[in-house]
Design a protein. Structure first.
Length: 151
């Protein structure tokens, strides 16, 4: 299946969500080749980071057994810190990282509410984090420079 790219001519929210889901699925399978979402402006990237942070914080808040405000705030700060550490790897790495968490956090939240979800959650969290780090590393070490934007 060829990758979807976000085209400025097709501003459909559904098309954008489909693109984000495809990128996340490819990252989770360790099959992503570093294709970007397209040319996102810095403002669009900032919005993507803010929305991803909001999704992570909301999923943490809605998770069973976690209602401590300090824990929720710390989770959001950790996500922002990790995202800012990824930023030097280039816009493609940053976009892929945020897309990954936009998709996986709601899915993992649903899994946490399943009968065996508490046992499965650490495994899924490790998988997502490992896939995200591998993707960023792959974007950072591409020989052709496709992972970094030389602007």
């Amino acid at each position: 299946m060829p990758p979807f790219t976000h085209s400025p001519r097709r501003n459909s929210l559904l098309e954008f969500l489909r693109t984000v889901a495809w990128h996340s699925w490819a990252i989770l399978r360790f099959k992503h080749q570093g294709e970007g979402l397209g040319k996102l402006t810095r403002r669009q990237q900032a919005w993507l980071i803010m929305v991803a942070t909001l999704v992570v914080v909301t999923a943490t808040y809605l998770a069973p057994g976690i209602k401590d405000a300090k824990h929720i705030a710390l989770t959001g700060l950790w996500f922002v810190a990790l995202t800012m550490m990824i930023k030097p790897s280039g816009p493609r790495a940053l976009e892929g990282w945020t897309c990954l968490f936009l998709v996986t956090e709601p899915v993992c939240l649903v899994i946490r509410y399943l009968p065996a979800g508490g046992a499965l959650d650490p495994v899924l969290s490790a998988w997502v984090l490992g896939a995200g780090i591998f993707f960023v590393w792959r974007c950072d070490t591409r020989k052709d420079g496709a992972g970094r934007d030389q602007a």
